[in-house]
Design a protein around this ligand. Sequence first.
Ligand code: CMP
Length: 220
Amino acid sequence: VDPGEFVAELTPADRDELFLIGRRRRWPAGATLFSEGDRSTTVVLVISGRAKVFSLTAQGGEVLLAIRGPGALLGEMSALDGAPRSASVSALEPLETYVVGVAAFLEFLGSHPDAAVRIVRMIVSRLRDADRKRVEFGTYDTLGRVALRLAELAERFGDSQPDAVRISLPLTQDELAAWTGSSRESVTKALGALRRQGIIETSRRSVSVIDLDRLRARAK
Ligand code: CMP
């Protein structure tokens, strides 16, 4: 199970109950769900579509923190600690969601310990990930980091085809650069190198992983 997945882990009865206290909302591609620093009043459950979680640097650059897909719970951090939104979230494609008020959500967690434990697991998994990234950023070269992120994306969001795993995400090279802690130039070089080695193919908006095993082997 995707560690970011929350909804599928609930029992059908709990899921229905949570949907009942929320309201359905659709967001067009590009819509901002949350802005970093805002006060929190809601959490959002993603039913379909993918969203990006990002933070802005002092220079106005965007650092991509995560991509969250169907089943994700968004906004739980400030719902739980009452602090401002830790990051901004926007729709990478049209989203279908349920929006739940913070007070109702906390009440739901109080009466559904399994769901609360599920959130703890999700946050632990995110902390492990953050620890791992810190180590990687210090020790892997750009090619290794790009290969690692692409392998993760292929595994989580890839569309398996007979001879390749296609990842089509509206992600720019700048975003991939921020996500891997590299410059855009070195990301372009890394993608070029992986392409020349026959590990990936690239087109305007998508990357096809031709050889996931070799990509994984290069991810260090
Ligand atoms: P919140 O801080 O309320 O608003 C921004 C949301 O983005 C946050 O809750 C989480 O749901 C999500 N988020 C923030 N950082 C990460 C991360 N590193 N990985 C995945 N999701 C995140």
